[in-house]
Design a protein. Structure first.
Length: 219
């Protein structure tokens, strides 16, 4: 995959062993659990409250080799003055969807979005799409909440990215709540889980018909 889509940036398998978990069972690397329905992971971490203001993503293979990275600062609809470093949400979403189409070879490869919480795809993407008067893209209809996977696998109680890093012993890179840095930190936690045999599966999905959300691990 990587040879076709550009220069390799990072192999997250090596970074997955940066941390030292307190539980000895979780210190050793194992071959990833194969999920034939997923070929690529896309770590996504939105920033913004009323509207999305940052849209970053990091895509990697099932064995945690980085394929591509994406970043856009997003101009809120309430801001009518063009800014040099921010684009409308519709443009940012179009570019990200086009990237997904390229790396999945037009849908031949299966991709799941990985988030640190349900908010990004359960709440904020639909909210922003409604504001921007566009449909929710198909790739945003299912997602993997890494906190649910982590807590199920480790029997832990991580409530956010800082807790995930703390409990794995992985040091924070960059600045928390800067999306471009957060996707890197979340990707390292994802690799930590993958290479310890945690099953990475969709934990939330939205019904196309009525928009209702179902969750694998209801809160």
């Amino acid at each position: 995959i990587n040879a076709e889509y550009g220069e390799e940036r990072l192999d997250y398998k090596s970074l997955a062993d940066d941390g030292r978990a307190t539980n000895p069972r979780l210190r050793h690397l194992h071959e990833p659990v194969s999920d034939e329905s997923i070929d690529l992971y896309c770590v996504l971490d939105l920033e913004g409250k009323e509207e999305i203001i940052e849209l970053p993503a990091l895509i990697m293979t099932r064995k945690c080799v980085e394929v591509a990275r994406f970043h856009r600062f997003v101009r809120p609809t309430t801001c009518k003055t063009p800014t040099p470093h921010a684009v409308p949400f519709t443009d940012a979403l179009r570019d990200l969807t086009a990237l997904f189409d390229r790396v999945t070879r037009g849908g031949e490869l299966k991709l799941v979005v990985v988030t640190c919480g349900d908010w990004d795809l359960k709440t904020q993407i639909p909210h922003q799409c409604k504001i921007s008067r566009i449909p929710v893209p198909r790739w945003a209809l299912r997602w993997c909440n890494i906190k649910h996977v982590f807590n199920k696998f480790t029997e832990g109680k991580a409530t956010g990215m800082a807790a995930l890093l703390g409990q794995t012993g992985i040091p924070l890179v960059g600045q928390h709540h800067l999306g471009a840095d957060d996707v890197v930190n979340i990707a390292k936690v994802l690799a930590w889980l993958v290479w310890r045999g945690a099953p990475i599966v969709a934990t939330g999905w939205r019904d196309c018909a009525d928009g209702g959300v179902q969750q694998l691990y209801p809160e």
